[in-house]
Design a protein around this ligand. Structure first.
Ligand code: G6P
Ligand code: MN
Length: 449
């Protein structure tokens, strides 16, 4: 199997390669092509991968290129992990929103809309190229905002575009651990959109074990989501929300914490990544030095993930178990194995709704448990969401649809509508100013007229 990684100079590529190195089974990925616009980043990441492969027999071969079409030809899987506008863009997304007093985050609220507006045109172009040059390939999308970007790619690629995120699986794992259940024995009833979903139950041997956790305040307050949301609110919901719902349920507090922080997440990562690429790029470095720098940087990135949210909630530091890798690359690997070898698996993925959530149309990309086999990902039937969740999910899907429409037509009015309809943007006047300011920051939004 041949895997092409778009955004191959990106920081998380070694996670994926590390997972591939551990896969010895027949039909595994034997060749990885890294594509990136930035040759310097490509060289650096290739150096980390070479460190990882040292001493591993039959390590997947790695080639790097900045020719997109060449990278796509012959691919069985295309992994899309690009960042349009780079971390500068992410920092601007956050800064502009916060200056207007609303949330600036790469996937939620105004920041996610700005990021979506500049990413969707690129994602559509990539999808068209895949359809032309590698029509049998499966596209696994990790580019954020992952649900929206997957939906844009699915317009052309249909069910061959599948979005992934590690947050549902991480949440399910944490709940299972607390309940003393092996994650592989549990059915996790997780439903929603990307970064906007809820675990409503966790069934083992036909019994829902979640009520046992909801009744136990001490256990609830011992894990990440329990500390973020508080035991009482989880009991009120009767569910455990994805951590990204903290931005909705505690919007005022998170916006305040983000405004008071010395640096936004994007600005922090921009500095952190700059230092990493400079260090790991040093020619003539000792063997293993690039990998060592990468591991150190990754540990710091994990430890500081959502730090402001945890601070706003008084939630303390992250658990050691949440700092390990094993999330996103394992989802990606399990998905590729299931498709390539018809190795049936159940995974929570971003796929087209069909009839899964009654409130949404068939093309809407949702994040739900799917059965995966050689024919792709099949969403399973789920219980309906309660009205409060339907409200959020349909509002945010309406916003995503305006982003898709604005990106297709270049209409500023549609873009303003996207901002204005978002539940975390509280005024049409703010929406207009946001678009105005984002337009000044991002050359990638010049298409909006
Ligand atoms: C989680 C989210 C991803 C996000 C990642 C890194 O895994 O599900 O969507 O890309 O965190 O976040 P960071 O703030 O470190 O870029
Ligand atoms: Mn995610």
């Amino acid at each position: 199997m041949r895997l092409t990684i778009l955004g191959g100079g990106g920081f998380r590529v070694p996670l994926v390669y590390g997972a591939l190195l551990g896969d010895r089974a027949e039909g595994r990925v034997a060749h990885v092509t890294l594509y990136d616009e930035d040759p310097g980043r490509l060289t650096t990441v290739a150096r980390v991968l070479a460190d990882q492969a040292r001493g591993v027999a039959d390590a997947p071969a790695v080639t790097a290129t900045n020719d997109l079409d060449e990278a796509l030809r012959g691919a069985d899987f295309v992994f899309s992990a690009i960042r349009v506008g780079g971390l500068d863009g992410r920092a601007a997304d956050e800064r502009v929103a916060l200056a207007e007093g609303v949330l600036g985050q790469e996937t939620v609220g105004a920041g996610g809309i700005a990021y979506g507006l500049r990413t969707v045109p690129v994602a559509r172009d990539l999808a068209a190229r895949v359809a032309r040059l590698a029509p049998d390939a499966w596209v696994i999308n990790f580019t954020n905002p992952a649900g929206l970007v997957t939906e844009a790619m699915a317009e052309t690629l249909g069910d061959r575009a599948i979005g992934i995120c590690d947050s549902p699986v991480g949440l399910g794992r944490r709940i299972a651990r607390l309940l003393g259940v092996r994650p592989e024995d549990a059915w996790i009833d997780y439903v929603g959109l990307n970064h906007l979903g809820w675990v409503r139950g966790l069934r083992v041997a036909g019994r829902d074990e979640l009520p046992r956790l909801l009744a136990d305040t001490e256990a609830l307050e011992s894990f990440e989501e329990g500390r973020l949301f508080g035991a009482d609110w989880l009991r009120s919901l009767g569910a455990v929300p994805n951590e990204y719902l903290h931005y909705y349920y505690f919007n005022r507090e998170t916006v305040r914490a983000y405004r008071e922080a010395g640096q936004t997440r994007g600005a922090f990562l921009r500095e952190q990544q700059r230092a990493f690429y400079a260090e790991a790029d040093r020619p003539g470095g000792a063997p293993g030095a690039a990998l060592e720098a990468w591991e150190r940087t990754r540990a710091e990135r994990e430890a500081t993930y959502m730090a402001e949210n945890r601070e706003a909630a008084g939630a303390g530091t992250r658990d050691a178990s949440d700092l390990e890798s094993g999330g996103y690359e394992q989802v990606a690997l399990a998905l590729m194995r299931a498709i390539a070898r018809d190795e049936r698996a159940t995974l929570i993925l971003n796929v087209r709704n069909r009839g899964t959530l009654a409130a949404l149309d068939a093309e809407a990309v949702v994040e739900v448990p799917c059965l995966v086999d050689a024919n792709g990902a099949h969403p399973v039937a789920v219980d309906p969401l309660p009205y409060h969740a339907v409200g959020l999910v349909t509002s945010v899907k309406a916003v995503e649809r305006e982003v898709l429409a604005a990106a297709a037509s270049g209409s500023r009015d549609a873009a303003v509508k996207a901002f204005a309809l978002h539940p975390l943007v509280d005024s049409v006047a703010v929406a207009r100013r946001l678009l105005e300011r984002y337009g000044r920051e991002h050359p990638g939004l010049a298409y909006l007229r």
